[in-house]
Design a protein around this ligand. Sequence first.
Ligand code: SAH
Ligand code: SF4
Length: 384
Amino acid sequence: MQISQALNEGAPAASPQVARQSLLGMSFDEVEAAVTALGLPRFRARQLWRRIWRHGQTDFGDMTELGKDARAALAQAFHADRPMITSRQNSTDGTIKWLIRCHDGQEAEMVYIPEEDRGTLCISSQIGCTLTCSFCHTGTQRLVRNLTAAEICGQVLLAMDELGDWPAGKAERRLTNIVLMGMGEPLFNYEEVKKALLLIMWGEGLGLSKRRVTLSTSGIVPEIERCGAELGVNLAISLHAVRDDLRDVLVPINRKYNIKELVDCVRRYPVLSNARRVTWEYVMIKGVNDSPEDAKALVKLIRGIPSKINLIPFNPWPGTDYECSSDAAIDAFAKIVMKAGYASPVRTPRGRDILAACGQLKSESVRLRKSQMVAQAQAETSTL
Ligand code: SAH
Ligand code: SF4
C-alpha cells in the first residue's frame, strides 16, 4: 500500500469568503443578473462565465479581459472557490481519494478512478446520508446537511484543477465520466443535484454528455421519474435484494418504495435502450443475498429492461458484521447472471487500500453536530 497524503491544500477556508456569494452553482442567467446588478455591462457576464467554466479560473485578478473595475467589483461580491482539500490519498491502483472541506467546516469525499478507456469521478451529493442501509459505511453517518449546487460543481472543478484538465473539453482530458455514487442519496437532494448536473452537462458549462453522467439511487421512485424527464442521465439502482423482506433490512427505503414499484418505475425510465442500460447494483454479502436462487430471481425480476448488472463484492468497514461472499459464491451467482445474457458483471473493487471503495466513504463531520443528527434521524424514521 502506498499512500501519499497532503494536508491543508487548496483555497483557504477563510471566513471572508463566507460573506461573498459563490458563482459556481449559478446558472448563466443568474450570473448575468448578478453582474448587471453590480452596474456592469451584460457582456461581462459571458466573459466571466468563460473564465470560470471553460478555463477554470478562480481569481478575478487573473481575468484580465474583464477590465479593472469589473474585476474589483466582482471580487467584493463573489467568489469561484472550490472546496478546500483536507487530504489526498493515492491508491496503488491509481485511484485518488480527496477529503474536502466546505466553508462551514463540513467534510465530504470524492474519488477519481482511472480506467483504460475513461476516467471516472465519483462525487458526493450530501454530507452523510439520512438513509441507513445496513451494509453501508456512509449509512452509519447521519446526514449533516445537503451539499449545495456550488459545492457539487465545486467537486468537479476541483478535480479538474487537480488532474490538469483545463481548458474544459480538451482532447486529452483525464476526467471523462461522473458518477453520483459518493456520500449521500442524490435524489434526496434533487434540486441542488439537478442544478449542478445541468451546469456540468450544458455546452457552455463543462459540456459533459449526459451519457457520461450516472446517478446512483437507493430507489426514490418519484424523483427517479423526474430525473428521467428533466436530466436524462444514466441510472444506477442500488437493488441488493430481490425479496422485499430482505431489502427492507438492507435498503430500508424499500419500506416506502418496494421492489415492484421500483422495477416498474425503472421500466418506464425514458432514456433506456440497448446502448444506454440501467445498472443494477448488487452488493454480494455472505449468506445474506448471494444464493443461486437469488441470482435466478434477479434475472427474472429485470427481464425485458435494458440492463447491466454490477455485482459488487461487499467492502468491509470497521464495525460491520457483514462479510463479503466467497469467491465461489460470487462465481456461481455471476454464472447464472451471465447465462441470462449479462456480460462480466463483477465489479473489481478500486482503492480498497485507502477506503475509497463503494460504501466505505465516511467523513468525520458526524462528530461535530451529534444532537442535530439525532433529531434528524428521528424525523427521518418517522417518515419512513
Ligand atoms: N446513495 C446512493 C449512492 C451512493 S452509494 C445509492 O445508494 O445508490 C454507491 C453504491 O455503493 C451503492 O450501490 C451502494 O449500495 C454501494 N455500497 C454501499 N456500501 C457498500 C459496501 N460496504 N460494499 C460495497 N458496496 C457498497
Ligand atoms: Fe445512503 Fe446509498 Fe449508503 Fe444507502 S447505500 S446509506 S442510500 S449512501
